[in-house]
Design a binder for this molecule. Structure first.
Ligand SMILES: [Zn+2]
Length: 130
């Protein structure tokens, strides 16, 4: 699986769980409420517009990935600090588990649909042979 082929080139992908993980810089991607995201006092309008564009691009990438059946987990740079790491690992793990579960559900549903279809075909075949 080539990460580069996926929209937005995720930092980490877990193909088994169809989960893409992005590590986002707090400033460039505008981490709301984060102390690492403070708009510079000079050229303020420029920075606000630039970061807003980045955020729009991010959302477009998530939409594209989700349309392809991928779930997206965002890890912010500040969450990689040693003091926050445990919480971040939990957050990622929860996300992966949730995605795994919904993926399994989709698989089960698909399997049931196929089984139902096969059963129907069998009935039709038997009817024809009568
Ligand atoms: Zn942050």
């Amino acid at each position: 699986m080539n990460v580069k082929k996926l929209p937005g080139s995720p930092d980490v992908i877990l193909p088994k769980y169809k989960t893409a993980i992005f590590v986002h810089g707090c400033f460039w991607h505008g981490h709301k409420g984060c102390k690492n995201y403070t708009v510079p006092k000079t050229n303020t309008d420029f920075w606000i517009a630039k970061i807003a564009r980045n955020q729009e691009r991010d959302q477009e990438v998530w939409r594209q990935l989700e349309a392809l059946g991928w779930a997206v987990i965002i890890v912010w740079e500040c969450q990689l600090k040693k003091s926050a790491l445990n919480e971040t690992v939990d957050h990622v793990e929860d996300g992966i588990k949730k995605n795994g579960k919904s993926l399994q559900r989709t698989k089960d549903e698909r399997k049931k649909t196929i089984e139902g279809y096969q059963k129907e075909r069998k009935v039709q075949r038997n009817r024809r042979n009568l």
